[in-house]
Design a protein around this ligand. Structure first.
Ligand SMILES: [Zn+2]
Length: 185
């Protein structure tokens, strides 16, 4: 007869704090290439004939990451928090959106543990800029660069040369509670 394994006992911290230890978030975004616009991806300006139009500075990678962070804590998405119809966000730095998402992650009791992303675009080549983008994104997320994945692919056979797409996943870890002093009355 197979031995039944004993269930590990919940630590006292877990019984006080029922939040899951980790949470995952996923985000996706796309923007159309437009002539005579600067191209900003992951907070880095890249030399190219076209930039990304639409909401704010069109930073497709930061938008996907922002939605991944918001989704991980079940917060409203980027379009609800920063409506594209609101003129105050026109041309604005997308790092603002990411910082707001990070604030909400912190308020929910979590910290970012790692992130992974994939860009899909036909041009320009992202390879020569990967290290710079990784450093910038890691800086914005408050992570060491070796916990941020930046990958790029071309949209083979998809007829999407006019657009840039980004996918992002983030892993959050519950922050250590600092309640011990407060609850000991
Ligand atoms: Zn966007």
């Amino acid at each position: 007869m197979a031995k039944t394994r004993k269930q590990p006992r919940k630590s006292s911290e877990e019984s006080r704090n029922p939040k899951p230890r980790t949470r995952i978030g996923y985000g996706w975004d796309s923007h159309e290439f437009k002539a005579r616009l600067p191209l900003k991806i992951g907070g880095v300006l890249l030399p190219h004939s076209h930039g990304l139009g639409g909401h704010s500075d069109g930073d497709v990678l930061l938008h996907a990451l922002t939605d991944a962070l918001l989704g991980a804590v079940a917060a409203p998405d980027i379009g609800s928090l920063f409506p594209p119809s609101d003129p105050q966000w026109r041309g604005s730095d997308s790092a603002i959106f990411l910082r707001e998402a990070l604030k909400r992650v912190g308020a929910a009791g979590y910290a970012v543990s790692s992130a992974d992303t994939t860009l899909i675009l036909s041009a320009p080549k992202i390879g020569p800029h990967t290290a710079k983008i990784r450093h910038r994104v890691a800086g914005l997320l408050g992570l060491p660069p070796d916990r941020v994945g930046i990958k790029a692919k071309t949209p083979e056979g998809m007829g999407m040369d006019h657009a840039a797409i980004a996918h992002a996943v983030v892993l959050l870890e519950r922050k250590r509670t600092t309640r011990r002093k407060a609850v000991r009355l």
